[in-house]
Design a protein around this ligand. Structure first.
Ligand code: SAM
Ligand code: SF4
Length: 411
């Protein structure tokens, strides 16, 4: 999942032509593309991603915001990226289409969006091409079109195997449908399949969570993401909890569920490689996410999408109407940007790398952070073996408290 909540940061303005400072352009890091599709059939009560239902869009963006034109609009931003990156010779290593619900568009639209990247930049021979998909929105013919069009990885939003949990989450698919999707994706020739799960939903028991994990691994994906439910302010779910209609789960329950996930997934042959992500093999890891976590370059196209190229981070206007209008007028849809200082990059590397199985180099830590790392080691939150060799790597207990450990280490 692209963690792209709907609030945008402040920043300096992006030039009308989207030009980057020359120093950002000499990059040699792998280059990826994130393509955001900001449409959903209905809004899940827990979700605050930058996505719009037809009702939410009505009267707010005209024809420009319509999803019928979206593939063409997005193609304009890919062409803008080509201009901005000039003669950058890098072929694209990863493409990730996320949402929203990408599979609300016609499969041909997703294939056309990929084709523009192929035409403008070229794809690396072993490029990883992923789309997210909602289980109720695909069928075998749809999946075959994607596969034939070049997609080789697909990520289904399963969330839970239990009907009462899906109901609290406002999911519209039925239990069993995500597992059937995995089989359909395999039959269509997808090499890599992920299932997203959520734990800690109000009313979910340990047994419900075990059943979801068992159903997920039984379906035969080669990747599972398991996220603790975040109750975002302003969502329908937050209002329901405040009104006392559904109970809130607490941190202890989240920790128990995480331990169950680790136990079940490792017994099924999956290994964690980031705190919320497990893969069945090296090849099953999501290269696109690794590109984010390791500070490589990516261009995020679409409303509200974030990009990072050569130490410059920028983000697009949020609304699909404003986004399409900017591109139609030949302007960059960028809403703001910041040039990362060395200290920003250091902090960001610790925040992201500490969550990885490889951990982060102790050399990134300052005096206070190093002292905190020694305490974390003594408390059993960091692994002594890698620590001896100069790396901070979370233990299982450390993964349960990852956010707190990271906060201490960045000082
Ligand atoms: C933004 S969704 C997009 C994919 C697709 N529309 C779907 O829902 O399956 C990507 C993933 O983010 C996760 N997610 C979204 N909001 C979340 C929240 N508030 N807490 C935890 N996970 C969340 C879900 O697991 C979801 O599958
Ligand atoms: S389908 Fe996915 S993106 Fe759309 S509202 Fe639900 S969780 Fe959010």
């Amino acid at each position: 999942m692209e963690r792209m909540p709907s609030a945008l940061p402040d920043g300096e303005p992006v030039p009308q032509d989207g030009a980057l400072p020359p120093a950002a352009l000499a990059g040699t890091a792998p280059l990826g593309f994130y393509l955001h599709v900001p449409y959903c059939a209905t809004r899940c009560g827990y979700c605050d991603f930058n996505t719009y239902t037809a009702t939410e869009l009505r009267g707010t963006g005209g024809v420009l915001a319509s999803r019928d034109n979206y593939a063409d609009t997005l193609a304009e931003e890919v062409r803008l990226a080509r201009k901005v990156l000039g003669d950058d010779p890098r072929r694209v290593r990863t493409v990730f289409v996320g949402g929203g619900t990408p599979t609300l568009l016609a499969a041909d639209d997703l294939v056309r969006m990929l084709a523009v990247i192929r035409d403008e930049f070229g794809l690396a021979d072993d490029a990883e091409i992923t789309t997210e998909a909602n289980p109720e929105s695909v069928d075998p013919a749809y999946l075959s079109t994607l596969r034939e069009g070049g997609f080789n990885r697909i990520s289904f939003g399963m969330q839970s195997a239990r009907q009462h949990v899906l109901k609290v989450l406002d999911r519209t698919h039925t239990p069993g449908r995500p597992e059937a999707c995995v089989a359909e994706a395999r039959a269509a020739g997808f090499d890599h399949v992920n299932l997203d799960l959520i734990y800690g939903t109000p009313g979910e028991s340990d047994d419900d969570w075990r059943a979801s994990l068992d159903a997920a691994v039984g379906a035969g994906p080669d990747h599972v993401s398991a996220y603790a439910l975040i109750v975002e302010e302003g969502t329908q779910l937050a209002r329901r909890i405040r009104r006392g209609e559904v109970p809130m789960t607490d941190d202890d329950e989240h920790a128990d569920r995480y331990l169950i996930a680790e136990e079940t997934l490792s017994a099924a042959g999956f290994q964690w490689y980031e705190v919320s992500n497990w893969a069945a093999s090296e090849a099953g890891r999501c290269l696109h996410n690794e590109l984010y976590w390791r500070g490589a370059d990516w261009w995020g196209a679409g409303p509200g999408a974030h990009s990072h190229v050569g130490g410059v981070r920028w983000w697009n206007v949020k609304h699909p109407g404003a986004y399409a209008a900017a591109l139609a007028e030949g302007r960059s849809p960028g809403a703001g940007r910041e040039v990362l200082a060395d200290e920003d990059r250091r902090v960001e590397r610790i925040l992201l790398e500490l969550r990885l199985r490889d951990g982060c180099p102790l050399g990134l830590l300052k005096e206070q952070g190093l002292a905190a790392s020694r305490r974390a080691l003594a408390d059993g939150l960091l692994d002594p073996g890698p620590y001896e060799e100069g790396r901070a790597v979370l233990t299982l207990r450390g993964r349960l408290l990852a956010d707190a450990v990271v906060r201490d280490l960045v000082d």
